[in-house]
Design a protein around this ligand. Structure first.
Ligand SMILES: [Ca+2]
Length: 313
């Protein structure tokens, strides 16, 4: 099998950073065509800068990185410095990037790449709000044909919400964009909070990162040290959930994950439940399935894979 061609759409974010590092460490399975940045955890200027810093940390300065949309489609930006820190990547001390952003807008890169591609040949991996992806699909609907599938982190059913009582952060920031993506007809794999909250960096798992003894292992352990304080306080969990790396781990070994093919729709109107992923887990409607909604993970297998791959960088 040749490696899967992917575009990572991201708002780094410590967990985005780990997801990107895992992809860049796995050239046998994953070919990263480009990294497109979006406003989300922190504003666009910071998510773009952070993406460059992560590529440099990985020693892969030839990956093209693009800045994209700086605000959601129909509302003001909501950010999450309370989780990720002022820079979005608080924790390790990383040098300012020498790499430059590409001149092209992220949305145009997505459109151009998909337009030139064979049918169902490229996988989109959104790790943040879906603004860039939805904008590309609105501007050039024909590009959907070139998408193999969209594997995204977002949404929740059993865990319901993290930024509001009923909404997960990525979907809540831009529900209108999420609605466009979930109605696109493209097959979607959803790494919901239901699964990511089971991918917990316990102290022994974080020690395994640190024990790699490499700049990457040290940086990943320091990122986790920083953002686990929030989840430990909020959930009383034994470590921080590694949300976004579930996306890139799925591309490497989908057998680590279990879910159901179901219908998922996005609440775009209600003030009370804006951004809720209305997931028909129990099949109580006749709405057609549009997503593989992931709920369970082999967490030990996931951390073994992640640690081994990070050791390669
Ligand atoms: Ca993210």
């Amino acid at each position: 099998m040749s490696p899967r061609k992917i575009i990572i759409d991201t708002d780094p974010g410590q967990d985005d950073a780990v997801a990107i590092l895992l992809a860049l460490a796995s050239p046998g399975e994953i070919d990263v065509l480009g990294i497109t940045c979006v406003a989300g955890n922190v504003p666009l200027a910071l998510t773009s800068k952070n993406a460059l810093m992560i590529c440099e940390l990985a020693g892969q300065t030839d990956v093209p990185v693009f800045a994209g949309c700086d605000r959601p489609l129909g509302r003001d930006l909501v950010t999450a410095e309370h989780v990720h820190g002022e820079t979005g990547l608080n924790g390790p001390t990383l040098p300012d990037p020498k790499m430059q952003l590409q001149d092209q807008h992220a949305v145009d890169f997505i459109i151009d790449t998909l337009r030139g591609a064979a049918p169902k040949s490229i996988t989109l991996c959104p790790l943040g709000p879906l603004t860039n992806i939805a904008t590309a699909l609105e501007k050039a609907p024909e590009i959907a044909e070139a998408v193999q599938e969209i594997v995204l982190m977002g949404g929740a059913y059993f865990e319901v919400g993290n930024i509001t009582p009923t909404a997960e952060f990525n979907i809540y920031v831009d529900p209108q964009a999420a609605d466009i993506v979930f109605k696109s007809g493209i097959h979607i794999v959803v790494m919901s909070l239901d699964v990511t909250h089971k991918a917990l960096v316990t102290p022994p798992r974080n020690e395994a990162f640190r024990a790699l003894g490499t700049p990457v292992g040290k940086a990943v352990s320091e990122m986790t040290d920083f953002f686990e304080r929030f989840d430990k306080e909020k959930y009383g969990s034994e470590g921080a959930p590694l949300h976004d790396p579930c996306v890139t781990a799925y591309l490497i070994d989908p057998t680590l994950f279990k879910g159901r093919h179901i219908n998922v729709e996005i609440e775009t109107q209600s003030e009370l439940t804006l951004g809720m992923t209305v997931a028909d887990w129990w099949g109580v409607t006749d709405r057609p399935a549009n997503a593989l909604f992931i709920k369970d993970i082999d967490a030990d297998g996931f951390f073994t894979l992640l640690t081994e791959r990070l050791s390669r960088l």
